[in-house]
Design a binder for this molecule. Structure first.
Ligand code: THG
Length: 380
């Protein structure tokens, strides 16, 4: 499968508002041919060989330009206080050198974003954000609550190495000691004078690391170093990749803006498990979440098995779901052909009353309504 080429394709104007990744030229030279707009940057999403890229991720290793996972830095005596106002997790439990996946919630309980929070120091926190303007929201809170904290964007650009061989590749770059880094923990280190934060993380469940480059001028240098180790350790199966639409759905990794947004509360988008309402910590959304929990959420984020044995193209916009009588009960958020399950699968948000595992619904993924069965996420 390749993507259609169009000699008359429009061009994109880069500028200060649409910043290029430090890896942009290298990723392009490696064959990046399709991009998505993410945090006001263009992020490679394909190198033209979707099945090859999936295979590299599942069985070997690949390297991804994910600099569009931009950082929001909170620095100062009230850095933790500000982070805690936005997070339903107990931020004081996050150790220095550790990362926490956390929803960022407004007062109504709406999910503003779902970043990884990195605690670099007691008064220095990064939010490694998904595609929404958390920096402005945080600045607004800091102003309104008169907090002693600076909200800025640091010079930090993640490069992901993902797949079962990723650890071997990263160990070849940084040394054997990196094998001791625990999931979501990170170290501050350097390689050939290039300063980085190195974290065991990444938007796949196949294992790997993210290397946050701390000097945007060294993008090509870092890319070349990791590329050379990849070729050496993985051999011919090594290559470029990108956040993978198939694997992320199979694995149940969420995409803010695709699966849900600030109009959803965490209970209706699979993020309820990160909300601790009985801790000592307080946060803006606490009252709203207590009320929502009491009332019961309107909908649930579920998996769907779609009927039919032929691969279908994935949906590119929300598509309707009805009950078997034809009443609309929700939307398909994202669907793909799963090579692992040999089925078309989807993430969907549907009314709580219809969300029981095994329930049959009708989903339109582009070719009219077909039968679909509600299943658990991650897909097994
Ligand atoms: N890495 C970094 N920044 C990011 C992402 C990332 N920013 C954008 C986006 N991804 C933020 N969203 C997510 C969503 C899911 C996960 C990480 C970031 C994730 N979730 C695991 C899960 O749900 O199974 C792990 C959760 C846990 O066990 O703590 O990894 O990928 N730097």
């Amino acid at each position: 499968m390749t993507y259609p080429s169009d000699s008359n394709r429009p061009e994109f104007a880069f500028g200060a508002r649409s910043r290029q990744s430090p890896y942009f030229d290298r990723a392009r030279a490696a064959g990046a041919c399709m991009y998505s707009l993410y945090n006001h940057m263009v992020m490679p999403v394909s190198y033209g060989d979707p099945m090859g890229e999936y295979d590299r991720l599942m069985n070997h290793a690949s390297m991804w330009d994910v600099a569009a996972e931009r950082q929001v830095q909170l620095k100062g005596p009230d850095a933790q206080k500000l982070a805690q106002m936005m997070s339903p997790r107990d931020v004081s439990k996050c150790k220095i050198g550790q990362g926490f996946y956390t929803p960022i919630l407004n007062k109504a309980g709406g999910v503003i974003n779902d970043p990884i929070l990195l605690k670099l120091e007691e008064d220095l926190i990064w939010l490694s954000i998904a595609d929404s303007d958390v920096r402005l929201y945080a600045m607004g809170l800091a102003d309104a609550y008169d907090l002693n904290v600076e909200v800025t964007e640091p010079d930090a650009s993640p490069l992901a190495v993902q797949g079962p061989k990723a650890e071997d590749v990263v160990a070849d770059v940084f040394g054997e000691h990196i094998r001791d880094i625990r999931y979501f923990w990170f170290i501050q280190t350097e390689v050939q004078g290039i300063p980085v934060v190195l974290q065991r993380s990444g938007w796949s469940k196949q294992g790997g690391f993210e290397i946050y480059l701390r000097d945007g001028k060294r993008g090509a240098d870092l890319w070349d170093l990791v590329w050379a180790s990849g070729e050496k350790v993985v051999g011919k199966a090594w290559g470029p990749g990108a956040p993978n639409a198939i694997e992320r759905i199979e694995s149940g990794l969420f995409s803010w803006g695709t699966d849900f947004d600030e109009l959803n509360n965490p209970y209706e988008c699979g993020l309820g498990k990160w909300c601790k309402l009985d801790g000592d910590h307080d946060f803006l959304a606490k009252e709203a979440l207590l009320r929502i929990k009491e009332e019961g959420p309107r909908e649930a984020l579920v998996g769907l098995h779609l009927s039919g044995a032929e691969p279908m193209p994935g949906v590119v916009k929300p598509m309707p779901i009805t009950d078997t009588a034809g009443t609309e009960i929700g939307t398909v958020r994202a669907s793909v052909w799963s090579p692992r399950l040999k089925k078309n699968i989807a993430l969907a948000r549907i009314a709580s009353g219809e969300s029981a595992l095994g329930n049959t619904v009708r989903a339109d993924v582009g070719e009219g309504f077909i039968d679909a069965t509600v299943v658990a996420v991650p897909f097994t």
